[in-house]
Design a protein around this ligand. Sequence first.
Ligand code: V47
Length: 364
Amino acid sequence: MDSFIEKAGLADIQVKVAAGERLTLADGKRLFECSNILAVGYLANIVRERINGNKAYFIYNQHINYSNICTNLCKFCAFGKEKGHDQAYEMSIDDIQDKVRQRLDEPITEIHMVGGIHPDLPYSYYLDALRAIKEVRPDVHIQAFTCVEIQHLADLAAKSVGDTLEDLKEAGLGSIPGGGAEVFSPRIRELTCERKLDGAGWLRVTRQAHEHGLHTNATLLYGHIETIDERLEHLDALRKTQDDTGGFLAYIPLAFHPKNTEMSEHSRTTGVDDLKNIAVARLMLDNFPHVKAYWVMIGPKLAQVALSFGADDMDGTVKEEIITRMAGGESDQALGHKTLIRLIKEAGREPVERDTLYTTLETF
Ligand code: V47
């Protein structure tokens, strides 16, 4: 037993972690409430190294946000705009193709594409967007449309979610990103995003995606009005789903950025809370292969430190991220390949360039 863990009051949790025993929600609460971030991180690092050794993953990816026009207008979001708003935009299929074409000289392996819940783009637009990307870049993996968008597409087409997923797969969809999960708690949804698909709906679409052979990610939007119990209930719902399906690849805690939102009275998250969200998730989500430190939201420097607090993935090169920037995010718009490798190496980890499904492409 490490004495500093004992002093932090986490000795019994260390015993469970060492034995690979599942932590309870009460354990999770004590971890969140523990003021010794090094102790929490140390325990998370045990799990991180057990699952991923010394590897730290990154991907060469491109983000495309096809439209910010949205009917949900969630209070925490600065990206979504009503149709007709002077900042509202919508890319044509040609615009999307141009975005892909502009970066054909870069070794991009993944395109991450999400947008708002648009009131009138037809179902065919979404299928055409996928086909158009594949036409320009046939080998790229498209990770697109949150579970919220997928449910919207199914409603639009008057098809089941399963049939919609099959259409999307046929058009080129490779996997589904983790957005739209926010906080599953009905209380939080009612107060922040009442029009959005509810938590049960998000989990239902996720299960269907897994049944249809699509891997997905999961997120939690933290650092606003959610309680620690609500964070833990969210993690528990993800853990239960993963027990049943095994379809999740990565969990990504998303730090709330308040600027330009209807919740702008909140302060930005602190570094300690950012690290705790990563560390506690790594400890609770014992069945998730990967935990991402998304540098766009917590900054590259803290994401680097997070590699010793439970995270094993720094996401990727990104470029042109809009959702965080609109809400006051100050991180660079892109991190070069070389910078990512340097950040990882200086953290004492082995940089691994991966594809979306975590196949190793190159180590450095
Ligand atoms: O769904 C919206 C969140 C998400 C704000 O799957 C905000 O690998 C912070 O899900 N402050 C989109 N967050 C981003 C996302 C994501 C990003 C990177 C990788 C992956 C992945 C997924 O951003 C939205 C919403 O939950 N969001 N507004 C805000 N003001």
